[in-house]
Design a protein around this ligand. Sequence first.
Ligand code: MN9
Ligand code: PYR
Length: 288
Amino acid sequence: MKGLYTALMCSFDEQGNINEQGLREIVRYNIEVSEVDGLYVNGSTGENFLISTEQKKQIFEIVKDEVGDRVKLMAQVGSLNVDEAAELAQFVTNLGYDAISAVTPFYYKFDFEEIKDYYNTILEGVDTKLIIYSIPALTGVSMNLEQFGELFENEKIIGVKFTAPDFYLLERLRHAYPDKLIYSGFDEMLLSASVLNVDGAIGSTFNVNGKRAKQIFTLAQSGRIDEAREIQKVTNDLISEILENGLYQTIKEMLETQGVHAGYVRKPMKRLSEEKLLKARSIAEKYL
Ligand SMILES: CC(=O)N[C@H](C=O)[C@@H](O)[C@H](O)[C@H](O)CO
Ligand SMILES: CC(=O)C(=O)O
């Protein structure tokens, strides 16, 4: 399960419905052009928190059908409705996904016992392994070293997608849990995380920048830090331009320039203005 996973985008039409053909094209682009090791399906980047249970299932099905066994698949099933999360865990297990992942429960201020119960409930009915999705900036949930350790006591919890700029905690986690899988979540910090020996990374910008991300990771693993730093620099030039123009919208438009019908974002996300559309295309021209 090690390696680089694209946090997969989903293609939506103007009405916000899934564009199946577009989704299949995004999958193929990631496998055939970016050559990533796997896909992380229905994460933040997949606009998962904006869609219905039925749509989530449909996306899981389409992606598995398109991928077959070509790359590894992780399914993000986390939801404030823990029954939905458990149902989706079952659903993707039946589809043959390699692992599940679940964001920490957010919005309400859940205490750690509640968070633990949430993960245990999701895992009750399945044997599939789970990767915790920790993203404090969006969820407001920060866990410490001991709390990660307590969750890791459940043998089905095999790792964490660590999306935080806390390299102290990352180093402590790596040291304390050498057998758990740690995936770096912030693409702009991939080199720094790789130096700390993460097992892989999961990122939104890999949809368009997967090749450079893979180079950074591979170079860092073999100790070629100077070369990796150069590629992280270009990558971060690209990421700052993307972030300034609108993260998911810009990545989608960049994919469109490659003949991939990535479509629109769903409301309440807003679409790019004419000016920003042009900007997205010029970013694509510059970096792809
Ligand atoms: C919220 C979100 O999309 N997070 C992603 C993964 O965790 C990242 O891949 C970032 O999008 C990326 O690093 C840009 O900041
Ligand atoms: C990694 C990320 O962007 C996601 O959860 O989709």
